[in-house]
Design a protein around this ligand. Structure first.
Ligand code: BG6
Length: 489
């Protein structure tokens, strides 16, 4: 980036929270040390805890767990801390003052960016207070519009998402709003576009004519950790399925965008999400499984009678000519056997063509896009086993990022923050897309809360409740291994 480009006032509300600690500061620090941010940057950190700028800089340093204090000290100079309660409008004027001071220092109107790294329940009052303070208008000369970054969950239902929209619209235009789904910042998620639209060989087979079904998985081995209070209200369906998994679904099934720009990508995403069938309560009972890991009720800040799911399996269908009849199984859970995010596209079994008479198990082709960890792509083919007899066996061809490219992969938050600085909305979510996601998820959520689907349990360290395996068996299918083999080495 041109280091002399427009100065940036980067304001983080909720600067002492988990997200800031784990994702925002590491990303900012990396971008800063790689000279990817303008040299004139002020990181204004606001939260309720009382710190001075110096003590907060020490706090950030400790959390970054880096050894090179000298490199950090340079970055630390950009950090200013303000004890502020944005929800209660306490000391919010100090933000205005800090931005004005910076404006004078650099003698220019900086591009202001607000990062709302705050709990969902104080979001509305925080936005109202920003508006009342006039922070939706940038610096005194009014010649630049601030950008605002908001994190999921964007509401907790279609209705609340619409309320949130009205509130945001009062103060910000759509072009100022950057709704983050950090999965879209992952290198391998972006690579799905290259894989699908840059390789002519796959596109002709990308339909119900050749594809049997798709499995999308995001599993985690960790539990709810310190986020019990938030998680117990959200659950797996709202925490992961409504956003990360539906985003992956939309990219793997969308039609080719006319151009690689925010408008065209959003148009295609929206179109395919609109085609996802809404499930009736009866269909929810047949097509979903919800589970809770054993021991969840004893976790910190969890209601001991909680019915919140830590595992969700949802079977959906995109009801359009390309995809009609192809089930898409999306599963996610905490405390599962391992951490992995993958999309597996299983093709129909065509062995009847030439090898139908051979005594062998079905060996359909599949493609696995491993999003994380050990990012890569695998294709399962069949090959003749060397020997006098004709025996066909499955073989895997794998491409691993780390063996092929020397360049390190930027973290999702680095990419996304960089995009906000540059004003590129391609990897962010539009309001219309959010509304579609809630349209798909609301009936499932409602059927689950009225107990139409019993809450199953599962042992930590497994792949989830047995009910999920049964659902697949009922469809005469099996779970496919979501890990590539070679990339692990
Ligand atoms: C977040 C969820 O959006 O994604 C967390 O709120 C989850 O519950 C996290 O742990 C997983 O992200 P990643 O990048 O580690 O797969």
């Amino acid at each position: 980036m041109d280091l002399n480009s427009k100065p940036i006032a980067f304001v983080i509300f909720g600067a002492t929270g988990d997200l800031a600690k784990k994702r925002i500061f590491p990303a900012l620090f990396k971008l800063y040390t790689q000279n990817l941010l303008p040299t004139q940057i002020k990181v204004i950190c606001a939260a309720r805890t009382v710190y001075t700028s110096e003590s907060f800089q020490d706090y950030v340093y400790e959390n970054l767990k880096i050894e090179n204090r000298a490199a950090f000290d340079d970055f630390a100079k950009t950090i200013e801390y303000l004890p502020i309660d944005v929800a209660e409008d306490k000391n919010l004027k100090d933000v205005t003052a800090a931005i004005s001071k910076f404006e004078k220092e650099v003698d220019a109107c900086p591009q202001t960016i607000y990062y709302m790294s705050i709990a969902p329940d104080i979001f509305s009052s925080a936005i109202e207070n920003l508006g009342a303070e006039g922070l939706n208008i940038s610096c005194s000369v009014h010649n630049s519009k601030p950008r605002i970054i908001i994190e999921k969950p964007f509401g907790s239902s279609l209705e609340s998402a619409l309320t949130l929209k009205l509130l945001l619209e009062k103060y910000f235009d759509e072009e100022q709003i950057y709704r983050i789904d950090h999965y879209l910042g992952k290198e391998t998620v972006q690579n799905i576009f290259a894989f699908r639209f840059g390789n002519e060989i796959f596109e002709p087979t990308w339909s119900n004519e050749y594809i049997d079904h798709i499995q999308i998985i995001t599993s985690e081995s960790i539990g709810v950790e310190k986020r019990g209070e938030f998680y117990d209200r959200a659950g797996a369906l709202r925490d992961i399925t409504q956003n990360h998994l539906l985003q992956l679904l939309s990219i793997i099934t969308m039609e080719e965008p006319k151009g690689f720009n925010p408008k065209d990508i959003n148009e295609r995403k929206l179109a395919v999400l609109k085609d996802v069938k809404t499930l009736s309560p009866e269909e929810v009972a047949q097509s979903t499984v919800r589970g809770q890991y054993e021991g969840y009720l004893q976790e910190e800040k969890i209601n001991p009678k909680s019915q919140t799911e830590t595992y969700a399996l949802v079977k959906l269908e995109v009801d359009n000519p390309r995809w009609r009849g192809v089930p898409i199984y999306m599963r996610t859970g905490k405390k599962l056997m391992g951490k992995v995010t993958s999309i597996i596209v299983q093709f129909k079994d065509t062995r009847h063509k030439l090898f139908g008479d051979l005594d062998m198990k079905p060996t359909p082709n599949h493609i696995i896009l491993q999003i994380q960890p050990n990012e890569g792509i695998g294709i399962r083919l069949v090959a003749k086993k060397p020997g006098l007899e004709t025996t066909i066996e499955p073989v895997d061809m794998e491409f691993c990022y780390k063996n092929t490219f020397d360049e390190p992969q930027p973290e999702a938050y680095e990419r996304l923050i960089m995009d906000v600085v540059q004003g590129d909305q391609s990897l962010f979510i539009s309001q219309e897309v959010i509304e579609q996601c809630w349209r798909i998820i609301d009936p499932i959520k409602d059927a689950w809360s009225s107990n139409k689907v019993p809450l199953a349990t599962y042992k930590p360290g497994t792949w989830g409740p047995t009910e999920a395996d049964e659902l697949l068996k009922h469809d005469k299918r099996d779970w496919l291994t979501p890990f590539l083999t070679i990339c692990k080495i």
